[in-house]
Design a protein. Structure first.
Length: 107
């Protein structure tokens, strides 16, 4: 996974063929500085994910340096092309605190 200007790029890097981008997601629309953090949660709480996470699912958290949003993602790897969906968006800042928490898609 890579990023440029707030986008996630998912690449298939296979030793038997040429690398190819399989998906691009506008993770932090309007970001000029790009994604500053992508963190994998090792043992996400059911309070965040709503249930236990299967072995082919990872929970990621991303942020962009020039935006006040923290986005929580569900990466499902069981398919030929992995699926990445946001499901929680938190708008916050150090100066003003949490402005809102939004569930962006069903869990």
């Amino acid at each position: 996974m890579g990023n440029q200007a707030g986008k996630f790029e998912m690449w298939n890097i296979d030793h038997h063929s040429e690398p190819a981008m399989v998906s691009e997601i506008d993770a932090h629309p309007g970001s000029e500085q790009g994604i500053s953090n992508i963190i994998k949660l090792k043992d996400p709480s059911p309070m965040i994910v709503g249930d236990a996470v299967s072995s082919d699912t990872e929970i990621l958290v991303s942020s962009a340096a020039d935006q006040p949003d923290i986005v929580i993602w569900r990466l499902m790897k069981g398919e030929e092309v992995p699926k990445l969906n946001s499901f929680i968006k938190i708008n916050t800042s150090f100066a003003d605190g949490i402005k809102f928490i939004l569930q962006t898609s069903p869990t």
